[in-house]
Design a protein around this ligand. Structure first.
Ligand SMILES: [Zn+2]
Length: 129
């Protein structure tokens, strides 16, 4: 797996208030369904763990999504926009809300609520990451 992706997976765990490190293994819960997810401390995902961009990467730069992207500094890879999700939830979101695009009011509402959830679980990263 690419180093950049592993780094983002680890950053999602470091900034997730629900994530607990036990030895070399992080445990947390899926942003959507709260199923238990794990990854190694080097960022290697275990089981069904995937990296979720809460506001879809394709929405950045889109006028209709401006209010959402501004909440994460207009950077798709800002850690506030990164979360851990199980593969099934991530896939379903991609096929559903993400694909409908930011001009769809229901899609914006769902993504906004997910971002609320992510930011409620936010914790600042340690000084040296
Ligand atoms: Zn899930």
């Amino acid at each position: 797996m690419r180093a950049a992706l592993r780094r983002r997976l680890r950053l999602a765990a470091l900034t997730d208030a629900l994530a607990v490190l036990d030895g070399d293994i992080w445990s947390t819960r899926c942003l959507h369904c709260r199923r238990t997810l794990q990854l190694r401390d080097d960022g290697e995902p275990l089981g069904h763990t995937t990296l979720e961009h809460v506001v879809p990467q394709a929405w950045f730069g889109r006028h209709a999504a401006a209010a959402l992207t501004a909440r994460v500094g207009d950077d798709a890879d800002d850690p506030r926009n990164l979360a851990l999700a199980c593969a099934r939830c991530n896939h379903d979101k991609g096929k559903g809300h993400d694909a409908r695009g930011p001009r769809d009011a229901r899609a914006r509402e769902v993504i906004g609520a997910l971002l609320d959830t992510r930011l409620l679980r936010w914790r600042p990263p340690p000084a040296a990451v």
